[in-house]
Write a protein of this length. Structure first.
Length: 280
């Protein structure tokens, strides 16, 4: 429908177009029947230049009036109110904010994740290769949404988010349904030796073969290919979420630069993709 190239033929994500606005959704999350959610593309908006066309981030140099119109379009497609969008200002931390009613419509600084049990509040986080993590506890009616780049993944942002849901709301990790969102795939994600050293420290050796490999031509430069999808799946399982309740993306941002924003594909000249999650 959108011309996206997937890594395999698994139906992990569903492509939708609502009022001319494309959204990617997870059937696994839909089946909980307690949330509205989605992931934006770069299509269906009014932004121009590097942010063309669907960007709602205010940190990319986009025209404010374009951002506001794009927010209006996305809120309509999602079935939520613009004033309920609640944002993070992400700085690759593992800081997870608890969002109460009085925080509706605000922005949390130095924050890479949010959790809430307030219906209607729409959590929004931003991406352009890093990993979105969605969490739904349909039993306690609690949600979480977190941003996990390589730093967040090393420090197990997914587990930190689940622990916050448990601490504040009494979530049982075995009840959580989770999704690893569209982000850069292992084939596209080359990193340096110092990054791999951190993953060796953070993950057991039995997982290393799944997490990274080195091509012959990378050895002299000390480069590797890193699998953030598998790493985050391992983190979610370590947090206590059953494997069958985790949807792992098969859609790479870097492989699809015409439809999705990718920091690496554009040399940083880009808008942001957005993840959305709200309790009904």
């Amino acid at each position: 429908m959108l011309g996206l190239i997937y890594k395999d033929d698994q139906n992990v994500l569903e492509e939708k177009v609502v009022n001319g606005v494309p959204l990617l959704t997870y059937p696994l999350l839909e089946r909980t029947n307690v949330v509205k959610h989605g992931f934006s593309t770069r299509l269906g908006g009014v932004s121009t230049g590097d942010c063309a066309t669907m960007n709602i981030s205010t940190t990319r140099g986009d025209a404010p009036e374009a951002v506001e119109e794009n927010k209006r379009r996305l809120s309509g497609a999602l079935g939520v109110k613009v004033e309920d969008f609640t944002f993070t200002y992400q700085t690759h931390t593992t800081n997870v904010a608890v969002v109460w009613e009085e925080d509706r419509g605000t922005r949390f600084m130095e924050t890479d994740g949010m959790v809430t049990n307030v219906p209607g509040i729409c959590l929004v986080t931003f991406y352009a290769d890093c990993v979105p993590l969605y969490f739904v506890d349909p039993v306690k009616k609690v949600i979480g949404l977190s941003h996990s780049g390589w730093r967040g993944t090393v420090h197990k942002m997914g587990k930190v988010t689940v622990e916050k849901m448990t601490e504040v709301y009494g979530t049982n990790p075995a009840d959580v349904v989770a999704a690893v969102g569209p982000s850069i795939c292992q084939d596209c994600y080359e990193v340096s030796e110092d990054v791999i050293a951190k993953f060796r420290d953070s993950f057991e050796e039995c997982h290393w073969q799944q997490l990274f490999y080195q091509k012959e031509e990378q050895r002299e430069a000390g480069k590797y290919q890193l699998n953030l999808w598998k790493a985050n799946e391992l983190v979610l399982k370590e947090a206590g979420i059953p494997k069958e309740q985790i949807a792992v993306t098969n859609l790479c941002t870097h492989c699809n630069p015409n439809v999705l924003f990718s920091h690496r594909a554009t040399g940083g000249k880009r808008g942001n993709l957005s993840a959305f999650l709200a309790l009904k």
